[in-house]
Ligand binder design. Structure first.
Ligand SMILES: Nc1ncnc2c1ncn2[C@@H]1O[C@H](COP(=O)(O)OP(=O)(O)OP(=O)(O)O)[C@@H](O)[C@H]1O
Ligand SMILES: [Mg+2]
Length: 375
């Protein structure tokens, strides 16, 4: 067999998505679970990102999928087959990690040839694939250099090329851009997503950088403490966080603690700690009297009288700070005793510049205020 060795073939596929975590648990010490009852299905061709704070279990999940760790309970399936049945080198998985891990004694070309030699590919085919892979990451002229003669970003590109050179169906990447500067990171973010989509590769990507997750992914799984808190496309995650953890982890959010006062269908009112009442959408609350944290994005807060006049409830706010940021104005307010409430307004000709000490009334569309869990 001189074709690329993989036991993952389309005909092995059932109707089930390409990658499936089925009630997976992981404990390293036999006591604490670092991954708890994880269910996740990744369809072919999807770019899925695992996002979460340090220690939340992201790398552990990737390692189990790669076959370097075993699940304590549950099952991981690839194209409908339990991964335990497939030895790691026959899973057809490409991998890129944060610390490049190129072979230092080999040239770039030899590094790329390695996964092909392992798969017993003939010389001419090998050379063709290496040339293509280097072209993809715009490193054609570097085949004879050793890793030590490359910059960090160039090494990372080679690591990427090496993961893609054998045309894997699945690529796993664990914080591959963590060590790079902002500009290079952004260029590579763009290149990676482009390549993945262009080649139809299924990608599971790990990061703790929320901007990276939002800009690169088809869907994002937000992890905390070994549990997926929400799995959704970027816009849904940002616009409709399912709980306080996600609301606070993704983007900037104002959080107003209060108690549910009335609730009817998809609308509720919440009494804040200073007695004022606001409108919100119930998400994790179902009854009056429940404690809640209402989250409102800074860019959805309104203060112009002609806009707030039509609102059922508005809240008094005192301007504490006004910061000119070029494209936006950022105003810090005291709202219901909280001095960290932020409002962002677009810089436009008719936009009023506020000054500290001013008292305004603010409000929002109830759909932009989400009444979440408060623990
Ligand atoms: N080999 C190991 N032996 C014992 N415990 C481990 C091992 N690897 C990870 N852990 C523990 O498992 C938990 C999850 O770790 P994991 O590396 O999956 O987190 P992560 O989400 O990738 O974090 P980071 O963003 O810091 O990379 C942590 O509490 C960690 O200490
Ligand atoms: Mg990790």
């Amino acid at each position: 067999m001189n074709e690329i060795a993989t036991d993952i073939r389309p005909e092995a596929a059932t109707d089930e998505p390409f990658v499936v975590f089925d009630r997976v648990q992981k404990s390293y010490d036999g006591e604490t679970l670092v991954v708890k009852d994880l269910n996740l299905a990744v369809p072919r061709g999807e770019f899925l990102t695992m996002l979460g704070p340090s220690g939340s279990g992201k790398t552990t999940c990737l390692m189990m999928l790669a076959g370097f760790e075993t699940a304590t309970h549950g099952e991981i399936r690839l194209a409908g087959r339990s991964i335990n049945d497939i030895p790691p080198h026959r899973r057809g998985i490409g991998m890129v990690f944060q610390n490049y891990a190129l072979f230092p004694h080999m040239t770039v070309g030899e590094n790329l040839a390695f996964p092909l030699e392992v798969r017993s590919m003939g010389r001419s085919e090998r050379e063709e694939k290496i040339r293509r892979a280097l072209g993809m990451v715009q490193m054609e002229d570097f085949a004879d250099r050793r890793p030590a003669q490359l910059s960090g970003g160039q090494q990372q590109r080679i690591a990427l090329a090496r993961a893609l050179v054998f045309e894997p169906e699945l690529v796993l990447m664990d914080e591959p851009l963590g060590a790079l500067d902002k500009q290079l990171r952004e260029t590579l973010q763009f290149e990676i997503t482009n390549l993945a989509h262009q080649l139809g590769i299924t990608t599971v990507y790990v990061t703790h950088d929320q901007t990276e997750a939002l800009t690169m992914s088809d869907r994002v799984a937000v992890f905390n403490d070994g549990v997926i808190q929400q799995l959704a496309p970027p816009d849904e995650l940002y616009e409709r966080p399912q709980n306080s953890f996600v609301a606070q982890f993704i983007g900037e959010n104002n959080k107003l603690p209060g108690t549910v006062e009335t609730i009817a269908g998809d609308a509720c009112t919440v009494r804040l700690e200073d007695g004022s009442v606001i409108d919100a959408t119930p998400v994790n609350v179902s009854e009056p009297g429940e404690a809640t944290l209402v989250s409102v994005r800074p860019e959805r807060v309104e203060f112009k009288p002609e806009v707030t006049a039509g609102m059922e409830h508005t809240v008094e706010a005192e301007v504490l700070e006004f910061v000119y940021m070029g494209d936006t104005y950022r105003t810090r307010l005291r709202v219901a005793g909280d001095e960290g409430f932020v409002m962002k307004c677009r810089n436009s000709l008719d936009q009023e510049r506020l000054s500290p000490g001013m008292r305004i009334r603010i409000g929002w569309d109830p759909r932009d205020a989400r009444a979440l869990d408060r623990v």
